[in-house]
Design a protein around this ligand. Structure first.
Ligand code: G3P
Length: 229
């Protein structure tokens, strides 16, 4: 992963799959190329193969299960997402929680497969415990702000600053902030507060002009990153 980390989580909107999903992903890739900035798209399992085949930006799964290979109907295993081209996965999102032992198992397997991982937490006191399981990044998102259009960086900046303080106690794990991030200013503020990057969904997936929004997010994330150094 490269700073500023920008993760666009497609979720399960009507724009997240099929032709619309491909269109948005290509627009995101245009911005990524234009600004030479990595943008990760986290997409429904059904879209991983096609998007990984057609795009150069990193494609992540939105979720993986931490159960062994075998009789687990409907499960999505780390081995399966690697097989179709994913470069990593989100896990334990507020909208798709998994048990702690499954997080641990999934992280070990993702690491073993050479895939990156982003574990979601809903409060800062989980940052260190999750980091000790060695994901690539922890994504902190207060659930009440998810999809609200009110950004964590404006409404609850202390969530980011406390999480940044927590992550400094461990080595080699990035801290990403999300929930309600909508504008370039929201992204700028999150990184200015010390986050290594941003995670977002609705501002892009529900936008009339997703390319414009992504461009604004990238420009401001780069600016904040530069100023932090
Ligand atoms: O994973 C990112 C997500 O949960 C944030 O959603 O719609 O508030 O940007 P949103």
């Amino acid at each position: 992963m490269k700073k500023p980390i920008i993760i666009i989580n497609f979720k399960a909107y009507d724009t997240s799959f099929g032709k619309k999903g491909i269109e948005i992903a290509k627009k995101i890739q245009n911005v990524s190329k234009q600004y030479s900035t990595e943008i990760i798209v986290s997409v429904p399992a059904t879209m991983i193969y096609q998007l990984s085949s057609e795009l150069e930006i990193p494609v992540f799964a939105e979720h993986v299960d931490g159960v062994p290979l075998g009789a687990y109907t409907g499960s999505i295993m780390p081995e399966m997402i690697k097989d179709v081209g994913a470069k990593g996965s989100l896990l334990n999102h507020s909208e798709k929680r998994i048990r702690l032992d499954e997080i641990d198992d999934a992280l070990k397997r993702l690491r073993g497969l050479g895939l990156e991982s982003v574990v979601c937490v809903d409060r800062y006191d989980l940052v260190v415990p999750m980091s000790l399981l060695k994901p690539t990044a922890v994504l902190i998102e207060p659930p009440e702000l998810i999809g609200s259009g009110i950004s964590v960086s404006k409404a609850k900046p202390e969530v980011i600053t406390r999480a940044v303080n927590e992550i400094s106690k461990v080595k080699d794990v990035y801290l990403v902030a999300g929930a309600g991030i909508t504008t370039g200013e929201d992204a700028y503020r999150a990184i200015e507060l010390g986050a290594d990057g941003i995670g977002l969904a609705s501002a892009v997936m529900k936008a009339r002009d997703p390319e414009k929004i992504v461009e604004e997010l990238v420009i401001n994330s780069l600016k904040a990153c530069d100023e932090n150094e």
